[in-house]
Design a protein around this ligand. Structure first.
Ligand code: GLN
Length: 490
């Protein structure tokens, strides 16, 4: 049995075959049944969700719906500021922080009548690829609970794959939406930088962070993207551009005659699992069968993505995380003798190892004697990577690439070695450095019968073209909705 997509639920609500209260209760029960095995959530907001669902049903009865999605449940990553609900970033340092306001994206969900089921688990401050950096315990992959769901949007991926929520929001700084989407067999879209407001997204690396949809199919990704996008006076980096109705454009494009770039550097890397490679080859064949012309390109500077990202992102993180000093927000070590001791003990206790590692690398890269050699150099490499994208996209409409070199891996197999963990991001980081849009979509099954996602990438604000291509490919691949994760609630 396949899990119902959000657009199907919206139709059922419109038909009157289900109420939002019944739907919300069904998901809350699914969460109750499967959470002990999966731990997708940091906080489940059951009572608030039921109240929101009943209010939606009342609006429907009164004919005053807020949007066609009014009453549909959703889960959100716990790094999005939510008024009156703990927002922890899966960090001890924010453990008891309850924000007094809503981030823009949360406000947009509520303005559209969506029902928030809870806040999902992540690697602390979105730093990681496996959920093993969460201060509140790991999230398990519903396809195999001995394996990681990917990260950092771990809970947002697992809850959708497990039928604990029909869809969710994640955030992507270097791959945190796309990699877990790939590991859990769902769609995950990173919008163009500036498409979605970052106001109220707890900052990790401000020049890279974007919020985006994690869904069961491409249509849902389009629907959720159009709900959260748009200019926001509270985020000066959000773009002043109109928001297309992406969901109404899906069938209007065609891959016939379009050019799809295949960058050599993404395909000729050692260490891609054979099962993943087979899925990639099949995807390229399907693209060609749809009439797309596959063009070979080279993006030579993308091989520096990992070094470049881990300087830019850590530099920004070291500055963004300076605000957690024990004086504001969550955790403060009691009984310290002076303010310096309070700062240092609160930070030593409040942050986990990976966050501390990144604060130290970033502080070092920004320090007076090393700024030019590290941070400034990384910025120059970032420009070269962006130029690679511009050149590839001058020759093609879309780029096809793997999402991850491997399927979901067992807990503990990479966590002891940060560099091996950073390798998870090898195919996803460059897109954030360029600032462009891309998605990972289910394309088949690889080693151990586990899901494999592939990426389609496009230029700035080319989400319509991206979603049109993905939608057509989804129909032809015939993978979406064919198998359900063994640990899912059905
Ligand atoms: N895995 C990458 C990291 O650890 C990406 C994280 C993200 O996109 N938030 O930084």
């Amino acid at each position: 049995m396949s899990l119902p997509c959000a657009h199907e639920l919206a139709r059922q609500l419109a038909d009157g075959t289900v109420t939002s209260a019944a739907l919300t209760e069904r998901y809350l029960k699914a969460i109750e049944r499967t959470e002990p095995a999966l731990h997708s959530f940091v906080t489940v907001t059951g009572q608030r969700a039921m109240e929101a669902a009943r209010a939606s049903d009342a609006r429907r009865a009164a004919g005053s719906l807020l949007s066609p999605l009014d009453g549909v449940p959703i889960a959100v990553k716990d790094n999005m500021i939510t008024e009156g609900v703990a927002t922890t970033c899966s960090s001890k340092i924010l453990g008891n922080f309850v924000p007094p306001y809503n981030g823009t994206v949360i406000q947009k969900l509520q303005d559209a009548g969506l029902v928030i089921l809870g806040k999902t688990n992540l690697d602390e401050f979105a730093m990681g690829s496996s959920s093993e950096n969460s201060a509140f315990g790991v999230t398990r992959n519903p396809w195999d609970t001995n394996r990681v769901p990917g990260g950092s949007s771990a809970g947002s991926a697992s809850c959708v794959a497990a039928g604990q929520a029909p869809w969710s929001l994640g955030s992507d700084t270097g791959g945190s939406i796309r990699q877990p989407a790939s590991f859990c067999g769902i769609v995950g879209l990173k919008p163009t930088y500036g498409r979605v407001s970052r106001y109220g997204l707890v900052a990790f690396a401000s020049s890279l962070d974007q919020i985006g949809p994690m869904t069961l199919d491409v249509r849902d990704a389009a629907l959720l993207l159009e709900t959260i996008s748009g200019h926001d006076p509270k985020d000066s980096t959000s773009a002043k551009l109109p928001v297309p109705r992406y969901s109404e454009e899906l069938e209007k494009g065609s891959l016939r005659g379009k050019k799809v770039a295949r960058p050599r550097e993404f395909f000729e890397i050692d260490g891609i699992e054979p099962g993943v490679k087979a899925v990639l080859d099949n995807t390229i064949e399907k693209l060609a069968s749809l009439g797309a012309e596959i063009v070979d390109v080279s993006m030579p500077h993308t091989k520096y993505s990992i070094s470049c990202y881990y300087l830019v992102a850590t530099a920004e993180a070291s500055s963004n995380l300076a605000r957690y000093d024990g004086a504001q927000y969550g955790h403060r070590t009691p009984g310290t003798k002076n303010i310096v001791e309070m700062y240092s003990k609160s930070r030593a206790e409040g942050f986990g190892d990976e966050v501390k590692r990144r604060i130290m690398i970033g502080t070092y890269a920004l320090s007076a004697g090393y700024y030019d050699a590290y941070y400034l150099k990384a910025l120059k490499v970032r420009t070269l990577i962006k130029r690679d994208y511009d050149e590839a996209l001058a020759k093609a409409d879309l780029i096809v690439a793997p999402t991850s070199p491997f399927v979901a891996f067992p807990f503990g197999s990479r966590s002891a070695d940060p560099l091996s963990m950073y390798l998870c991001d090898i195919f996803t980081l460059s897109l954030n450095l360029a600032g462009y849009c891309g998605l990972s979509m289910p394309a088949g099954f690889g080693e151990h019968g586990l899901p494999v996602g592939i990426q389609l990438l496009a230029g700035a604000f080319q989400e319509t073209k991206l979603l049109q291509g993905a939608w057509e490919l989804e129909q032809t691949l015939g993978v979406t909705g064919t198998r359900t994760a063994p640990a899912a609630a059905v």
